[in-house]
Write a protein that binds this ligand. Structure first.
Ligand SMILES: [Mn+2]
Length: 387
């Protein structure tokens, strides 16, 4: 063969053309849907503990929908706790509403889910479904889930939901203008969303780089620097310290239970997992703790990070923790990262320190055992395949 690179090159070009076709098709569908809903008021629901990808795509959806004469509010039902996320919201002046049981859902004719599929948004989903508010749009990059039945769905396996929203912008869903502050802010937020969800572009694919390249023309670099230069709080440092001291290492997995964590410190859990992953010879880190929500409910919350391409956090966590009685998985994820949430229901409550410690021992033993069983099963598979 004279030139063996050409078939590969043309295959890559075919994929590129397909991706562009898909982006254009989805953009066209979204345009016709939004055009038909002029004058409505919509609610974008982001995950309870919104990360930059969720916040930025909420904002992007808002500026797009407003161009179609649709009013949009963005809501979350938890806490914004990571200092960079607080900075993102403050620096860009993003209007994020906090949901509680008094939140009036009646003004909204439809709900939209970005960077989630209704399973990580807390109790708001039950309230929305009880009122039968139409589930209009889902845009996400996690594995497909079954909780929602939206009119429009766009799920792509890319680095960030921000990449998908940027593809709509690239396809000209609205005309971005460098001189418009709201456009600059949305572009800056989207850039930050892609950056954080791809671990600083280390895990970015070609679509993510294309998106970043497009956004770079509209980004305010000074604002971006301001958002990313936030330091860790003392409490977060304490939790990382705890995670480090309590870790168990098994077959290059680092597992750590950190006990009871205040709701405001929830974001320290993924930060601790990120930190444990930096140890040599460790390819996967799992950190978990118990969060007490404002209504005194206890939930076991965990984060998983892996640098090993053969480990799929989504498959791993679904396998470890399974489903609840209504068929919903306790955990899931995407490439390189995942999380889980297990409500402890009846066992919630009781502020006595000793009682809490007793419960924590039990939770920790159960979670650790389940993870170790799964790791054992993976090891056995690998031994089998070596035979
Ligand atoms: Mn995301």
């Amino acid at each position: 063969m004279k030139d063996d690179s050409s078939p590969i090159q043309s295959a890559a070009e075919t994929i590129r053309v397909d991706e562009n076709d898909l982006a254009r098709k989805r953009k066209d569908e979204l345009v016709s849907l939004l055009s038909s809903l002029k004058g409505q008021k919509h609610l974008v629901i982001v995950q309870s503990y919104p990360d930059p990808d969720a916040i930025s795509t909420g904002l992007a959806h808002k500026i797009i929908a407003e161009q179609f004469g649709i009013e949009v509010d963005i809501v979350y039902a938890g806490v914004i706790s990571h200092p960079e996320n607080i900075a993102l919201v403050k620096v860009l002046g993003i209007d994020l509403r906090k949901w509680d049981t008094d939140f009036d859902l009646k003004p909204y004719q439809a709900v939209i889910f970005v960077d989630n599929q209704g399973t990580t948004v807390g109790p708001i989903i039950d309230a929305v479904q009880a009122l039968r508010i139409p589930e209009l749009i889902v845009v996400d990059h996690h594995e497909l889930q079954s909780r929602l039945k939206p009119q429009f769905i766009d799920i792509r396996k890319v680095g960030a939901t921000a990449t998908i929203y940027t593809s709509y912008l690239r396809e000209g869903i609205i005309h971005l203008e460098r001189t418009r502050t709201d456009h600059m802010k949305a572009a800056t937020a989207l850039m930050h969303g892609i950056k954080t969800d791809t671990n600083g572009f280390i895990r970015a694919g070609s679509e993510d780089f294309m998106a970043a390249s497009f956004l770079s023309r509209f980004v305010d670099n000074d604002l971006l620097a301001q958002i990313t230069s936030q330091s860790r709080s003392k409490q977060t440092m304490g939790i990382i310290e705890e995670a480090l001291a309590n870790r168990t290492i098994k077959e290059s997995y680092s597992i750590s239970g950190i006990g009871y964590v205040r709701c405001e410190e929830r974001d320290a859990i993924p930060q601790a997992a990120d930190f444990l992953l930096t140890e040599e010879n460790i390819h996967t880190a799992i950190v978990f703790g118990v969060i007490i929500t404002s209504d005194q409910e206890e939930t076991i919350v965990g984060s998983m990070r892996t640098s090993r391409i053969t480990i799929d956090p989504d498959e791993f966590l679904k396998g470890v923790f399974g489903k609840d009685t209504s068929g919903r998985y306790f955990g899931g994820g995407k490439k390189a990262a995942g999380g889980f949430e297990i409500p402890v229901g009846f066992l919630s409550g009781g502020s006595d320190k000793e009682f809490r410690e007793m419960k924590w021992k039990l939770y920790k033993a159960q979670i650790t055992q389940k993870i170790l069983n799964k790791i054992g099963a993976i090891d056995d598979d690998e031994k089998d395949s070596e035979k």
